[in-house]
Design a protein around this ligand. Structure first.
Ligand code: WT7
Length: 656
């Protein structure tokens, strides 16, 4: 399909990679899928500290949906990520915080981290937060966000981090769904020189309706004045100063929840994906070690937000479980200028750098000089995640950032998989631009014929991607809705975990991810559901119906196109209405969900039974007017011409 890149020389020495040949990878992978219980039992003992050993390595299956790993075992995530390293290497830097202003750098050692985590854990205990309670964290990218997460896990509480780009409405929905009593936030966030009023958004969310929150902990970050509600709001620093820097860990069962993370699915309400403790932590650590070829002296940097799964697994749990130094990046790729990432790599001598294709594409556009003036010789492994990376961006990343001497790891995974499931190994896998290559240990991917569900054997096949055996870090349920978990992942193709993505296995056996086949849209690696955006649009009283679909965009990968019909009585100015609709989506979901285009149309393409044909809309916005396909089930085929004409007019207006 595309050209093959051998493993760069640089990867084979100093330090020597853990897996140094493709044959070695294949042998280990085979072992891991032939004897998963033996493979992962051994790993679990090696990577994790257990307060009580497990007896049963794996149980359950996809048909029953009762997957469990390391049953009877007890452990604590905070102990595994902090205490044991604070004893062994107290002065090693755990977190390098690269603040929004490049001059603001904070280094936190494992010993400092332990004390801070203990203090906040004690604060939570004093507020009567107990094992199994859900705590909402709505914070900027500051070390205190990581402290808050670890403090929860220390006492067996379950964190649910909400990305600070979500609106008050979205935050409120999550607070209500997980029945949180405590919210942890900061006065303000800062990104690219702009301020985000996190505390004000929390106040707004809490004023929306009924909820169980009676305490809000507020961390001072920018120092701006914020309104504090009496008997509810507490300052982080005051509470923390008064708390003891020692707090015992609460061992939990391997299958007790570690965290909830809300993500968009194909219906209107986001689902609380639930990860448990043992299996998740194990694979978070193992994937950092093997996929980033992490060695103890390395400085590891992932630029994701803690509010997404990538931040959970690859800023916090994976690296800290290994006792690594992890960089927490608060800013944007272009602030104060497009050298920001590369200056950071140069400054901290970063060895592994992990980011998203949308950032790579944006920087590629701005010109090579921004990369060329920085010394990137410390880098060994550079990673990409969140959406398919186009070969041009891959090559630019490989050549300009990696100087053709770094391994590019295109890592495929999802919120639900917990950790990377398909990726090259730096020292072992020859790569192909655009391919996530081969499965990680324990993962058996299959490509299925979408309608029959038949397994497509051999190479040179395209279909939907599924996984045929449970793995330790997979999500166990959807919070309070196991039915939805079964329905989304395990029922569509019985006996398999369904990813929702399309994939191709090329003639050499390399896996290429082709993007979502369900109603999930991926904008700059942020996941949104068409139904969620449609629900936001019809909140406007002028809108009768809405249909949202994904278009292609050079920068963001996919982008949102929304079609709306109006109620008959509406007389508002169309320009004004479109502005209102954009605002409506920003307000209901968050600024990152802003549609690229909204079209007000006479009617939507529908079947005779009234089902909206999104496929037709997709062809129209992606300029495939001649490939609309079968329209015989449509109620009114004439609508297509109207839609095409309207679409062309819209584009002509934009060009003007
Ligand atoms: C969806 C999951 C967990 C990563 C952050 C996003 C897409 C992710 C790749 C990749 C092609 C990718 C898939 C997947 N995706 N990584 N390397 N190549 N597509 O997590 O929000 O749960 O989204 O992101 O479509 O299903 P998420």
């Amino acid at each position: 399909m595309s050209e093959l890149y051998p493993v760069p020389e640089r990867l084979l020495k100093d330090p020597k990679p853990y897996i140094a040949t493709f044959d070695e990878y294949k042998k280990l992978w085979q072992e891991s899928v032939d004897k998963p219980a033996e493979f992962f039992a051994k790993a679990a003992k090696e990577y994790l500290h257990w307060d009580k050993p497990f007896q049963t390595t794996m149980a359950g299956d996809f048909l029953s949906g009762n997957i469990a790993w390391f049953l009877e075992g007890e452990l604590n995530a905070s102990y595994n990520c902090v205490d044991r390293h604070a004893f062994a290497t107290p002065d090693k830097v755990a977190i390098i915080h690269e603040g929004d202003d490049p001059k603001d750098v904070r280094k936190i050692t494992y010993n400092d981290l332990l004390q801070q985590v203990c203090r906040i854990a004690n604060v939570l205990k004093s507020l009567d937060v107990r094992k199994g309670d859900n705590v909402i964290i709505y914070m900027p990218m500051i070390p205190e966000a990581m402290v808050a997460m670890l403090a929860c896990t220390r006492i067996g509480a379950v964190h649910s981090v909400v990305f600070a780009g979500f609106s008050a409405d979205s935050l409120y929905d999550r607070i209500v769904d997980c029945e949180a009593r405590v919210v942890i936030t900061a006065d303000e966030g800062k990104r690219g020189g702009k301020f985000v009023a996190t505390k004000r958004i929390v106040d707004e969310a809490l004023s929306k309706g009924i909820h169980a929150v009676d305490r809000v902990i507020v961390c001072k970050h920018t120092g701006t004045d914020v309104a504090m509600t009496l008997n509810r709001d507490l300052w982080w620093h005051e509470q923390s100063e008064n708390a003891r820097p020692f707090c015992p860990t609460v061992p939990v069962n391997a299958e007790d929840p570690l965290f909830l993370l809300y993500t968009s699915g194909s219906t209107g309400t986001p689902k609380g994906v639930l990860h448990t403790t043992g299996g998740y932590l194990l694979e978070a650590a193992m994937t950092v070690k093997y996929i980033f070829d992490y060695h103890p002296e390395d400085i590891y940097a992932c630029t994701a937000d803690l509010g997404w799964i990538t931040g959970h697994t690859y800023i916090l749990y994976g690296p800290l479980c290994l006792g690594a130094t992890t960089v927490l990046f608060e800013s944007t790729p272009t602030y104060p200028d497009p050298s920001r990432f590369w200056n950071m790599v140069d400054k901290h001598k970063v060895t592994q750098f992990y980011t998203a294709p949308t950032a790579i594409r944006a920087l590629q556009r701005l010109g090579d000089e921004w990369v060329e003036k920085c010394d990137l010789s410390s880098l060994r492994v550079i990673g990409s995640v969140g959406e398919p990376i186009n070969p041009e961006a891959w090559k630019w990343y490989y050549e300009k950032v990696g100087h053709s001497q770094c391994a590019v790891v295109d890592t495929y995974w999802q919120t639900e998989t917990g950790s990377i499931v398909i990726s090259p190994l730096p020292g072992a896998t020859p790569t192909k631009p655009g391919s996530a290559t081969f499965p990680f240990f324990g993962i058996q991917p299959v490509i299925l014929e979408p309608t029959t569900g038949e397994v497509l054997q051999g190479n040179g096949v395209t279909g939907v991607l599924a996984i045929s055996k449970p793995w330790p870090s997979m999500a166990r349920t959807v919070y309070n809705n196991h039915y939805r978990y079964m329905d989304t992942y395990l029922k569509p193709y019985p006996g398999y975990y369904f990813t929702g993505d399309g994939a191709t296995r090329d003639n050499d056996g390399y896996i290429f991810i082709n993007g979502r086949v369900d109603d999930v849209i991926n904008v700059s690696g942020h996941r949104l559901s068409t139904a969620e955006i449609e629900s936001a649009l019809i909140l406007n009283s002028d809108v009768s119906e809405a249909a949202v679909i994904a278009g292609f965009d050079d920068l963001t990968g996919q982008c949102i196109h929304a079609f709306c019909t109006l109620k008959p009585s509406v007389t508002s100015d169309p320009e004004q209405l479109m502005k209102e609709l954009v605002l409506q989506v920003r307000k209901t979901i968050g600024p990152f969900a802003k549609p690229k285009a909204i079209y007000v149309v006479m009617d939507l393409p529908k079947t005779r039974s009234g089902k909206i044909l999104r496929r037709v809309l997709r062809k129209i916005v992606n300029n495939e007017h001649d490939q609309i396909g079968d329209t015989s089930t449509m109620a009114d085929e004439g609508i297509i011409h109207h839609l095409i004409a309207m679409f062309n007019r819209h584009n002509a207006n934009i060009r003007k």
